[in-house]
Design a protein around this ligand. Structure first.
Ligand code: GAR
Length: 210
């Protein structure tokens, strides 16, 4: 199950692991991580990258003085070539910034096997459900539709599947009577904002083994 994963080196406050945070939307998780990193940590965000030039999350990066760029899909290319060409552009930015760990934080694209293999073990995601339950883009809606009484969030390493890599940590959240998608999403995010920095501390200080 953990074949082919190469974990990041062990960082320290003096020599933190260099993170890129990839976002698609408002980036509340990114903002929480940047707040956490105001203190010296064993990881530091050196690049914020979005798949849209107007993603709200980019402003959080800029406010924190971090290089923050939109890398949109190259629409001039044929659809069949667009996805991998986009990831090659993303990868070039990661390499130019000497990134050591890629943190997906509400990045709503499924990555190709080419990209995943390049970063395997150094590519981490947060998903708003207790995986393997409710993978995909509509986790809250699916949890409510299934009548789940408990859901939550999961941090996992990314493999070639969808929301299927090794799980690093999970937190449960109770589904309350009257919850709609938005209420559930907001409660889960509060927990995500605590969990992701904690897992990054463990991952970037050699306290995770597969
Ligand atoms: C987060 O809840 C994250 O778990 C989810 O998107 C939200 C991003 O919020 N990710 C996924 O659904 C990935 N499949 P944010 O932009 O406010 O941080």
């Amino acid at each position: 199950m953990s074949e082919g994963f190469v974990l990041p080196r062990s960082g320290s406050e003096a020599n933190p692991v260099r993170l890129a945070v990839l976002v698609s939307g408002g980036g509340s998780g990114l903002a929480a991580l940047l707040r956490y990193q105001r203190a010296q940590r064993c990881h530091r965000t050196v690049l914020v990258l979005a798949d849209k030039v107007d993603a709200g999350g980019l402003q959080h990066g800029r406010d924190a003085g971090v290089r923050s760029i939109g890398v949109p899909l190259p629409m001039n290319l044929d659809k069949s070539e667009r996805r991998e060409a986009h990831e090659r552009l993303v990868n070039a930015e990661l390499e130019a910034a000497e990134v050591e760990l890629v943190v997906l934080s509400g990045y709503m694209r499924i990555l190709t096997p080419w990209f995943v293999r390049r970063w395997k073990g150094r590519l981490v995601n947060i998903h708003p459900s207790l995986l393997p339950n409710f993978p995909g883009a509509h986790a809250h809606r699916d949890a409510l539709a299934a009548g789940a009484s408990v859901t939550g969030c999961t941090v996992h390493l990314v493999d070639e599947g969808v929301d299927s890599g090794p799980i690093l940590a999970q937190r449960e959240i109770e589904v309350l009577p009257g919850d709609d998608e938005e209420a559930l999403q907001e409660r889960i995010k509060l927990e995500e904002h605590v969990l992701y920095p904690e897992v990054l501390d463990r991952l970037c200080s050699g306290r995770i083994s597969l």
